[in-house]
Design a protein around this ligand. Sequence first.
Ligand SMILES: [Zn+2]
Length: 503
Amino acid sequence: MKRLTQLANELNVRKAEYSRLNWTLYTTGYDFGIEGAYEKIMEIMKDKENFGLIESYMEQELSKADKRRVEILHNSFKPFHLTDELNALNLKIQQKTNELLKILNNFRYQLDGREVSAVELAQVLSMDSDREKRKEAYFARNQINGLMVENGFIELIDLRKEYAKQYGAENFVAYQLEANELDGGLFDSWQSELQEILPQMTEGRKKFAQEFLGEDEIKPWDEQYIQSQIAPSLNETVDMSEYYTNIQELFGSFCIDLPSMNITYDISPRANKSEWGYNFTVETGKDSRILANVKNKYFEYGVLLHETGHGVHSFLLDPEEKILNEGVSGIVSEGIANLFQGFLYSPAFYGKFFKDAEKVGEEFRRLKEYQKLNSLRSISRIFFDHSLYKNDIASLDDIHGLYWENQLAVLGEGALDQAPPWAYMIHFTTHPIYLHNYFMGDVTCAMLEQVFKEKHGGSMEEMPEQFGQFLRSEVIEPSGTLKYNDLFQEISGREFSLKYLLD
Ligand SMILES: [Zn+2]
């Protein structure tokens, strides 16, 4: 395996360089040669000798772990050894994605004739009691739809469609599932499972709408607002200069020593900086960098906890296991990140901020009830992403048509009177067929909480040290050695099921 390890090390150096350049691009808008760095990675992946070496290991008798290492490398190298056309297409896809990414990162919305950041829009949606104002803030996010299409978003979708076709996959969704070692029929039952509980969801939402809006229906621009009506503490002003200490203490309770980890934070909004949240794993267990955009509200800690969860996950992996670390499923990493994000509603974290812990606890208990009611709604945006690759699209109107069609089919909700905000979600451009990772990550967390309780007789909040240990030994350590489905079964003894979210 020595030669394979060497190959993985070489690849790792180039990927780290690529990641550092991405970090600079996302935080400052400067591109110091992303494409060149990507081509350098491709050089290694395309090399026939390298691929031959991996294939030669496929025929050998190997230990289980080595077999998995070879499988991971083979999966990632294989697409580069099919045809020259596919490699050319791949490069074009990368170029187009980068072009559009820059437009997204540099774009700023207008509200009331003034430039606003995504953080400000989020604050209006969470706090403004004027419903019309919130509606304006909600639709402000559609301002970038046209720009993305003018600059080639549909071209990018077509390139991905063509790639999947030449690869021999049924469509780009199927291609992505295969690339991520997931079952092609993964989503087949979701629609019917959702339909089963949709009437109950709608009824539950109606009660909240009546109580907090005096209306029968929650509109998209009410979603954040209603959450902060249920739990006003979300909007509490906090001093963000203390963020590191607060986060460090939370992770410390799980025996996770944040200061020993080389995690860099860039948390303030700026011109030309991406308005999303990211963790750039430059090198697993050596260098992680967090991009976030927060100002001064308690709910903004959610993104910091999520991204820190990613960073910590990286540092709990063995940095020497470069190949196995590549085999960690996106579902596991988003699951772990969401798990830590969830501590926003736990006394272990909010206890630092609020004096009346009982009152806040009651707020967050109701908030969780509400969130549970909505837990399956994100299937809608997951399926919208799919629909882009399963239908012919020629214009912006086609995309909007698909958006409403999908929303009606999935949630039974009709079209609104303005263009739907979609392009602002960076995932459609940079991370296609990725959104299920968050959703399935939540299912995974629900499963982990349940299994932990069964095994240890207490909740993760009651036994944080044991939970930290459980997370390391049962989830993080084996996470690269098993495909997602196998890992899920190994931990729970059961098949993956959306029901975990509803129990
Ligand atoms: Zn994440």
